[in-house]
Design a protein around this ligand. Sequence first.
Ligand SMILES: Cc1cc2nc3c(=O)[nH]c(=O)nc-3n(C[C@H](O)[C@H](O)[C@H](O)COP(=O)(O)OP(=O)(O)OC[C@H]3O[C@@H](n4cnc5c(N)ncnc54)[C@H](O)[C@@H]3O)c2cc1C
Ligand code: SF4
Length: 454
Amino acid sequence: MPKQPPEVRKHNFNEVALGYTEEQALEEASRCLQCPQPQCVKGCPVEIDIPAFIKLLRDGKYEEGIKKIKEKNSLPAICGRVCPQEEQCQKYCVLGKVGDPVSIGRLERFLADWERARGFNIPDKAPPTGKRVAIIGAGPAGLTAAADLAKLGHEVVIFEALHLPGGVLVYGIPEFRLPKSIVQAEVDYIRKLGVELKLGYLIGRTYTIPELLKERGFDAVFIGTGAGLPQFLGVPGENLGGIYSANEFLIRVNLMKAYAFPEYDTPIRIGKHVVVIGGGNVAMDSARSALRLGAEQVCIVYRRSREEMPARKEEIENAEEEGIICKFLAAPTRFIGDEKGWVKQMECIQMELGPPDESGRRRPVPVKGSEFLMDTDTVIIAIGRTPNPIIQRTTEGLAVTKWGTIVADENGKTSLEGVYAGGDIVTGEATVISAMGAGKRAARAIHEYLMSKK
Ligand SMILES: Cc1cc2nc3c(=O)[nH]c(=O)nc-3n(C[C@H](O)[C@H](O)[C@H](O)COP(=O)(O)OP(=O)(O)OC[C@H]3O[C@@H](n4cnc5c(N)ncnc54)[C@H](O)[C@@H]3O)c2cc1C
Ligand code: SF4
């Protein structure tokens, strides 16, 4: 797929991947074997009929193609850009056994972009059921549950704490991977399905869940509040100036538009030598954002080896092409400040890999006496996120795990009647499509619950 050249893109926040041309999309679609028992579908958490949409695309029936995708997925332009397809549908494509799998995500993106450029078709909805559902959180889980429930004829209201809908899609993932205008367009489509969005409503504070059910007239609630609390390393010096959590850094860049300086003048410190701790998508996004904001050198420090890095392969390659350095098998042990309290150095220890841990990846073990120093003036910590506890604390009887995630079954049913949950708030930090799959299954279960209720 065409991309902005690294030398150009590392100085701007415009989208890196430019998308297929019509000719490229048709050529790629023609590679699909139209398998009678398609393995690719098994890898799709929202159950898109992949061969059917690819065939429609191949036959030039773009409108029917996007309609086929949207039977299952209300956010295709988003998924076509950020889904880890290599770990999902494409991983199971039979062509992958002998060569390159079909680029299913890029084809999805092509059709979604084609439709967006022409205006959305709004599908027919079921007749009104008279039931009302409150969705908490406008991230991919909440948006998907809302869209599916609205199509089934329910009245749906989303309560979102922030002033913008989209969840991590707007406050975490940077513009150069997922333009905000695309998220807004797909959210507008969900609004056109009849979903009402109430922004600036912090549930647990503005209303509690019992209030929504007993006083505000909702028949069911879906909790899709994600995992928005940053984790820290717990090493000395971590509260020195110049050390950010990735959450804070990316929110300043994305939501508060530090990238659009001088139009938006958000305070942000971009030093000369930026160090990012972590190896996932969040670390990649932080590192590439820091580079675009003017850092001279950006180094990612990860405690395992390249093979264990959880970030999408494509994004690791993009980061390296842009000049980001990766230092593997190293972990910070302390930060050293200057006389004014700003970070100036980071002490690390060399690691080696032991046997696999509970995550299935090989456990990093410190090598005794191997400490070394790195100069740095800005550090971004991207080692994971946990749920915000506000809902759990204000909802009596809601079962919660020791990690603060909400206990829910496969269909999102929680310990409370009429209360469902899904996405990162149940699984811990995962992916956009897994959050959407959870929203979809919960919508189905909520529908059954509401229709069986007198
Ligand atoms: C920087 C970054 C990059 C990522 N890159 C990728 C990627 O490339 N591909 C991928 O698949 N995944 C990626 N992920 C992970 C993915 O974005 C998440 O797994 C996904 O967004 C989870 O969706 P969700 O709907 O459960 O929660 P979220 O997206 O977190 O949305 C939750 C929403 O709920 C709102 N909320 C929270 N509490 C309340 C409350 N009490 N009342 C009202 N509203 C509330 C929040 O403001 C937020 O808008 C990335 C994550 C980050 C942080
Ligand atoms: S497995 Fe691959 S080749 Fe077969 S239908 Fe799916 S995308 Fe096409």
